[in-house]
Design a protein around this ligand. Structure first.
Ligand code: BES
Ligand code: ZN
Ligand code: ZN
Length: 527
């Protein structure tokens, strides 16, 4: 059945609901009330492990040097033909190189994929598998991956496949074919051990990343503070040791959270603070706070039109702290984590806040708003004070698409890391190295703290200064965090959206931060 037909069924199913909504509720409907899709994304290729290669599968051979090791599923004659092709092409097994062969034996297709990182730095099974599955997105056949030498590398390859084959196509009705959905088998010795490793951790990590990419890709007419809360609740449903608390505007007002409520006051979609705790260990938690602006127009300090659409993804780090917690909770990790999503829609409107307004935050400190477009630091000011006060974490990491400045400094390969203490920075950099999500430390020089001093309030949220924009943003958030609490700030505005496909991250939403924070939480527990 074509995708078009499938989605039509979904649309018809939605009609009775819409009929009930009219006309009494017509006044209270926010947006059009007509969902653009009632379908999900197309089915991904399911991933499994086996000792043997399925008879009719297309074969993907991972190789570090262009030599074929013991490849299951190839007859002697087929092997000879593949070796001849490799030699003729001069294929040496470098990462990023591949060779597609058709017409060899009974296999519908054979893809040889290099895994060797430059400068003899070993093999990257994840990236090789991710790029392989992307090359075969349209091949409507079952796949078998061979060449990963042990259960650990087989699982790495599986993670690469899961991350690489992501698609966000729930709004594409008028297409003949969705990407391929036939299963993938990772074949080799130790398959059952690899399956257990996958089920224990990597599968959940992939699910956490998928959760973030889905929310990040959603347009802002579908994803706003309350629908973020609903979708996150649904994702955590039934997982043990998880508790969820959501503050609406009325509750936040009572707690003097004037900054997060203020950012949302120009929008009919109210702000929310969502807290998800996962208690897989006793002792104080690691706190993760994420910026969750479901759309950033800039507010009254409105942004230019060019590229503004991408501000639908300005909630992606609220999704990332939830995605990492989802992965930890689903894999029953022995850690205690509390994740906070600071959610608001930044719109101009009759009741929107203005440049020059002063707002009071949860702990009583005040902020003068010089730009309503520097709103991420405002919602985080309330979130970090609230979580530190109520949950008494042993450390706090905040993560945000905070400044264009960090993207200009670091480009699209590194997220910016700020920390007061070297020991905290080292922990973050280690987690970055282990997870494959790269960080680069930037200065939190005391001189730059002047950038946030205000003439009439405790701090101001922007202004003309000689401090780099990302450092000023980090200082601003740091102002609300006690010096005795180990803290790191991640400004990831340069890496949250890919303008072209990468092996582990197709064009679009990157899902950055899930793998990093999952790794960090496993390594950094209360002593
Ligand atoms: N959401 C933006 C930052 C951003 C820019 C994210 C590009 C992703 C891609 C943020 O709220 C913002 O507008 N920051 C301002 C801060 C300034 C007014 C101090 C900026 O970077 O220009
Ligand atoms: Zn902004
Ligand atoms: Zn923003």
């Amino acid at each position: 059945m074509t995708k078009f037909k499938t989605q039509c069924i979904g649309l018809f199913a939605a009609i009775p609901l819409m009929a009930i909504a009219a006309p009494a509720q017509a006044q209270s409907v926010i947006g059009s009330g007509v969902p653009a899709s009632t379908a999900g994304n197309s089915q991904e290729r399911p991933i499994g492990f086996a000792e043997q290669v399925p008879a009719t599968a297309a074969l993907v051979i991972l190789t570090q040097n262009g030599e074929l090791l013991d490849v299951p599923g190839l007859s002697m004659t087929e092997r000879g033909a593949v070796e001849t092709a490799i030699a003729a092409e001069g294929f040496k097994g470098k990462l990023g190189h591949s060779l597609k062969l058709r017409g060899i034996g009974q296999r519908p297709l054979i893809l040889i994929v290099g895994t060797a990182k430059p400068d003899d730095k070993g093999a990257d099974w994840r990236e090789a598998a991710g790029s392989a599955v992307q090359k075969l997105m349209k091949e409507e056949v079952e796949l078998a991956i061979v060449g990963a030498p042990d259960p650990a590398t087989m699982t790495e390859a599986a993670l690469g496949l899961a991350l690489g084959q992501y698609r966000f196509d729930r709004y594409q009705y008028d297409v003949d074919k969705s990407p391929a959905s036939q299963k993938i088998t990772i074949a080799g010795a130790g398959a059952s051990e690899a399956q257990a490793l996958w089920n224990g951790r990597h599968k959940h990590l992939a699910e956490g990343v998928r959760f973030v990419r889905d929310l990040q890709s959603e347009p802002a007419n579908a994803l706003y503070p309350q629908s973020f809360v609903d979708r996150t609740r649904a994702a955590f449903s039934g997982i043990p040791n998880v508790s969820i608390k959501v503050l609406d505007e009325t509750e936040m007002r009572k707690l003097n959270m004037g900054a997060i409520v203020g950012v949302g006051q120009g929008s009919p979609r109210g702000s929310r603070m969502m807290v998800v705790s996962y208690r897989g260990a006793s002792g104080p938690p690691l706190a993760l706070a994420g910026k969750g602006i479901t759309f950033d127009t800039g507010g009254i300090s409105i942004k230019p039109n060019k590229g503004m659409w991408a501000m639908k993804a300005d909630m992606s780090r609220a999704a990332a702290v939830m995605g990492a917690t989802l992965s930890l909770a689903k894999s029953r990790a022995p850690v205690h984590v509390v994740a906070v999503a600071a959610l608001a829609e930044n719109m101009p409107g009759a009741n929107a806040q203005r440049p020059g307004d002063v707002v009071r935050t949860y702990g009583g400190k005040t902020i003068e708003i010089l730009s309503t477009d520097a709103e991420g630091r405002l919602v985080l000011a309330d979130a970090v004070q609230y979580v530190a006060d109520r949950y008494k974490p042993f450390a706090l990491v905040d993560i945000a698409t905070l400044t264009g400045s960090v993207g200009r400094a670091l480009g699209s390969q590194y997220a910016g890391l700020f920390a007061r203490e070297d020991a905290v920075a080292d922990r973050m950099l280690n987690a970055a190295e282990e997870s494959g999500e790269a960080l680069w430390r930037l200065p939190l020089h005391p001189a730059y703290a002047k950038a946030v001093r205000s003439d009439i309030a405790d701090v101001k949220n922007s202004g003309v200064t000689d401090a780099p924009g990302a450092s000023a943003g980090a200082h601003f958030i740091g102002y609300f965090i006690d010096e005795s609490l180990p803290w790191a700030h991640l400004d990831i505005a340069g890496v949250d959206w890919n303008s072209s496909s990468r092996p582990l991250s197709p064009k679009g939403a990157s899902g950055f931060g899930v793998r990093l924070l999952d790794q960090l939480a496993r390594d950094w527990t209360a002593d």
